[in-house]
Write a protein that binds this ligand. Sequence first.
Ligand code: PGA
Length: 249
Amino acid sequence: MVRKLAAGNWKMNGMSSDLIEVDTLVAAMDPSGCKVLLCPPATLIRQMWEHAIGSELLIGAQDCDSNDSGAHTGDISAAMLADAGASHVIVGHSERRAAHSESDAVVRAKTIAAHQRGLTAIVCVGETDVERDQGQALEVVKSQLLGSLPETCISDQIVIAYEPVWAIGTGRIPTSEQIAEMHAVIRETLTYRFGSVGTKIPLLYGGSVKPDNAATIFAISDVDGALVGGASLKATDFIQIIKVLNAMI
Ligand code: PGA
């Protein structure tokens, strides 16, 4: 059984005054439920971690550099994120692949850097609308996976987030059949790469997950949780999504 995970990605949102949302989330944590993770901007990691002390809420980051230290102005290493309290780091989010020209090879180097510092890497993959319309979605995601993943891993070092680019922040989501088909291909690819470890890697769906569509998404086979953007900013919305996931356990 893969332990379910609800992960929130705050993107470039959040000030110290928003930490009240973390307190609300902590108060609603169910120790017998799914794992819950929040990935704030780097400026809030430490403070969020402090607000989460004594609870099971996990804190993560949204990106890391592939280098461990040195002359990389503006970048943050996996070692620094771990030092700040992060247990996870998102790598290869489509917004970074697009805005920072991150290739699969770069994402792979970041994944390896994360592992070296004991962080679980949430590796994001997903096709554009043009790629889906041209019938290339499955091939694109498979090739992103093979290029972005290291040669070896142990199961709790990697989480995969399937996030169709056209579903992020748009309110559009794929059909249940499309998500099921993609997650099956991802599972097959992970098993090809990692053997039995590949059967235990959590597969998240991401892209416009909201309280009102969570039940439909979580009912799909091989969906082990979600990577939630906009709906993770307000604790009340995120808690509703978490409760739907917990009801599946
Ligand atoms: P969204 O973002 O839930 O706001 O669509 C998801 C993501 O980009 O991780």
